[in-house]
Design a protein around this ligand. Structure first.
Ligand SMILES: NC(=O)c1ccc[n+]([C@@H]2O[C@H](COP(=O)([O-])OP(=O)(O)OC[C@H]3O[C@@H](n4cnc5c(N)ncnc54)[C@H](O)[C@@H]3O)[C@@H](O)[C@H]2O)c1
Length: 530
């Protein structure tokens, strides 16, 4: 069959836990490329002359792993551009295999343990040959947990296994990834109403990289880029996008994330002759992302938007998930639309020009995300490890996983509002002038942790905020006004404002009701330099 997409310049090697569908996805991708997929389990069975289960039973796992290592290393040594390989789930336990993966593009098909058990566990495989490591649920879950970080550490790309035909959908981006700087990572974002590539890597924002086919998520000869940026960022980075049709600059800062700001952008797009075939590029922080995203969602009833986030807030949070909007004088983010990007390009090197205070404010979103995620991300943040691409990627993954479950904020997505109820209220009562978004959320986190009754964790978070010089107390704002603004939160249903509270890092509760007295105490404590 003739290939229908660019052949990736590195071999594609699918890894992942049993039940992830590596054989199927590799088969689909290979067919699209006009090649035959190689499946290490099938090839090994051919060589052994019997099934993997029989090998396990007759000679034990060690003997199977030795034979598997030989075969997989051979496959990987022979692989080159155009090869598509599916590896057995445990093959990457071998150090030799991991080293042999190095020149190739390693693609993790990511599956949670529950779904994997449904697909591969004892009852699922009862009609077929049983998988030797999928007979006992508890052992299966433990195995899944133990392999997770190994898989993640090896992956150049992470695709959600449950998204139908995900390999095919992600193939142009995988081709692009194979031509991007080697440290670049691809996350495939998937939600009910759309999926898109997220590329994260130092040096991505360079004309010669951006212009590579597949790196930019849209074909620029068909869809022209119209860039919206702010006056600080445009001068630093717009040229690096290469070949932008029009550059529209807004004044920087939250106070410009308004309907008037949107009107300026819409008018500039009309004046520049933008059509529905073209797309918007949001180059900047969360303010540009929210405003340009909103303009893209509404211009001619919707055109695509590519996010190129340049602040920490935007790189770990606001560029993903499709929430766009503007503020009203009465409340923040009150008018908006859900509009998923066509793609997100994250170059963490842009953070080198970000003022220290903005970096600190962005750190609060990292802290919030780590509290939501728990596990390894929280451990790294709690240990105050330096912020690197791994952390940015982990935050992006956390947010995308939440959005995948609940795109429209009807349930699980509300966890992302941890610290935001009081945080947004503070921004509103201070006219978006006194606090950066992250600074306000930091204070909101302290209030949320007090309302959660987690004194020790609150003290720990307070310390992490303190070392970055972030505000730990209100700056003279009136407690009653802050509470009144909190009660106008747009998440309010009926008379109650639902709060997001924690039981522990990684264990978040949404829709919590707190009494007026509790809220008063938590906000007053902030006034008392608390
Ligand atoms: N849509 C969402 O899901 C979501 C999530 C979180 C936050 N937000 C929104 O994000 C906004 C806050 O975003 P922010 O903190 O990125 O603020 P911002 O966009 O105002 O950027 C902060 C400042 O940094 C400057 N800047 C940006 N990148 C730079 C760079 N690389 N070098 C030098 N200067 C740079 C900007 O010009 C600005 O002055 C808020 O409006 C918030 O509501 C949205």
């Amino acid at each position: 069959m003739a290939p229908v997409v660019d052949i990736p310049s590195r071999a594609l090697v699918f890894i992942g836990f049993m039940g992830a569908g590596k054989t199927t996805v590799a088969g689909e991708v290979a067919a699209a490329l006009g090649v035959r997929a190689l499946d290490s389990d099938r090839l090994l069975e051919d060589e052994l002359g019997h099934s993997v289960a029989e090998e396990f039973q007759a000679r034990g796992e060690a003997s199977f792993r030795a034979a598997e290592e030989q075969l997989v290393c051979r496959l990987l040594e022979q692989a080159d551009a155009g090869s598509v390989i599916a590896l057995g789930g445990g093959s990457v336990l071998s150090e030799r295999v991991r080293a042999a993966l190095e020149p190739h593009l390693t693609v993790l098909l990511d599956i949670d343990t529950q779904a994997a058990w449904r697909r591969a566990g004892a009852s699922a495989s009862s009609g077929r040959e049983k998988r030797p490591l999928a007979s006992d649920r508890e052992a299966f879950d433990k195995l899944h947990a133990s392999r997770l970080s190994l898989y993640e550490g090896l992956a150049d790309a992470i695709l959600p296994a449950l998204t139908p035909r995900v390999g095919l959908r992600a193939l142009p981006a995988l081709s692009g990834l194979s031509r991007a700087p080697v440290s670049t990572r691809l996350l495939w974002a998937s939600a009910a109403s759309g999926d898109y590539p997220v590329l994260v890597g130092g040096g991505l924002l360079r004309t010669e990289v951006c212009s590579q086919p597949g790196v930019w998520p849209l074909e620029r000869t068909v869809s022209r880029p119209f860039c919206v940026s702010d006056q600080n960022v445009a001068g630093l980075y717009a040229e690096r996008l290469g070949g932008v049709q029009e550059l529209i600059e807004i004044a920087p800062g939250e106070r410009n994330k308004t309907l008037a700001g949107a009107e300026l952008v819409w008018s500039a797009l009309v004046a520049a002759g933008m059509t529905r075939a073209d797309h918007v590029v949001a180059l900047g922080g969360g303010v540009v992302g929210d405003l340009a995203g909103f303009c893209a969602a509404t211009y001619q009833r919707g055109v695509p938007v590519v996010h190129v986030p340049t602040t920490l807030v935007a790189q770990v949070d606001s560029a993903y998930g499709g929430k766009t909007g503007v503020d009203l004088p009465q409340a923040k983010n009150y008018v908006g639309a859900y509009h998923h990007p066509a793609g997100v390009i994250v170059d963490p090197e842009t953070l080198s020009t970000l003022p220290a205070a903005e970096l600190a404010a962005g750190y609060v979103e990292v802290l919030k995300t780590a509290l939501i995620a728990g596990g390894e991300l929280w451990q790294r943040v709690a240990a105050d490890e330096p912020l690197d691409e791994r952390t940015i990627l982990a935050c992006a993954r956390t947010k995308l996983a939440v959005v995948a479950e609940d795109e429209r904020d009807a349930g699980r997505r509300q966890v992302l509002n941890l610290g935001h109820t009081v945080g947004h209220a503070l921004e509103t009562v201070t006219g978006y002038e006194r606090y950066r978004h992250g600074e306000a959320v930091g204070l909101g986190l302290l209030a949320a942790l007090r309302l959660s009754g987690l004194d020790e964790l609150r003290a720990q978070v307070r310390e992490l905020l303190s070392v970055r010089g972030l505000p730990l107390a209100l700056d003279g704002e009136d407690v009653e006004q802050v509470i009144a603004a909190t009660m106008r939160d747009k998440k309010r249903t009926g008379a109650q404002v639902p709060f997001v509270l924690l039981d522990a890092p990684g264990n978040v509760r949404t829709g919590c009701h707190v009494s007026a007295g509790e809220l008063h105490a938590a906000v007053s404590e902030l006034q008392a330099r608390g």
